[in-house]
Write a protein that binds this ligand. Sequence first.
Ligand code: PAF
Length: 319
Amino acid sequence: MVTGSLIRPKEQFLDSKNKSSISCCILGAGAIGMIFAVYLKRIGMKVYVIHHRNMAKTMFEIQICDSDLSGNYSFEIAAPENIEETDFILVTTKATEVLNALEGIKDFLNNRSDVVILSNGMGFHEKAQETYGSARIFAATTTEAAHISQPGIINHSATGRTVIGGISSKRSPNWLPIWLNAIPESSWTQDIKTALWEKLSINCVINPLTASHECRNGELIENPALKELVKDLCLEIEMVSNAAKIPHAKEPLFDIVSQVIFDTAANFSSMLQDVKAGRTTEIESITGYLVETAALFKVDVPMNNKLLKQLQDTRFSPN
Ligand code: PAF
């Protein structure tokens, strides 16, 4: 993974606070959001869940399986003052929901708010920074994999690597050492956009192909016809990265994507899960962003255009 220059402070802790007085609010209590919530909680941080739909609830309960995090956990629902005073807000909604979710808490954001957006796709980080100019926006990308197998039960299918960096400012936040300590295999980068682009490139291949062929990730390599599509799509995406002069890893995108497919072979991609459940997919923030970038640099991307159109038109009914 391309991560730019990495700084990983080892045993630094904040001067004025200890871990138990550092707090975080999770906005988007889905599978990945709750895995991160548990990582942060297990080092002693106070972690709240922002929950709009049922404010009568005071606790948010989950169970994690298939993981060294396996167990039952409960989190306090954040009160407005918890959101205002928290050290950082971690947004883990779907790409399509990031801006709406932030709109929902805008009254509690102020010039001391730090917001970390950990969602697939690109384009919305800058919009969030423009809209909530007084808050500092950070972006993170991860290869952790998890899904909700039943309401309240999360399967943690793979541990991964996480990269975090600033959107408008290159200065790292003072809570960074705590984050790096809590989140396994995590690093800070001065160039988060390159890391986001690499994840976007992977998602542009795996997500629409698995969604349109209704297959597990592994079939993209096991089925020779699909493997050819993966190869061609990777070449198309590399043409865009080159035209846009986005720094990229030395190995071909096909090798990087093949490794992710291999690591997540048994999984159904998040896009296929959305399609099957009749939910809006993240296609606009993934392939849509790539197609817009290609247009800006006058690169033809017929395969991506076709997949974008196909997924925009796809409407499955929930099972
Ligand atoms: O969106 C997803 O499902 C995941 O980001 C990935 C890497 C494609 C693996 O399934």
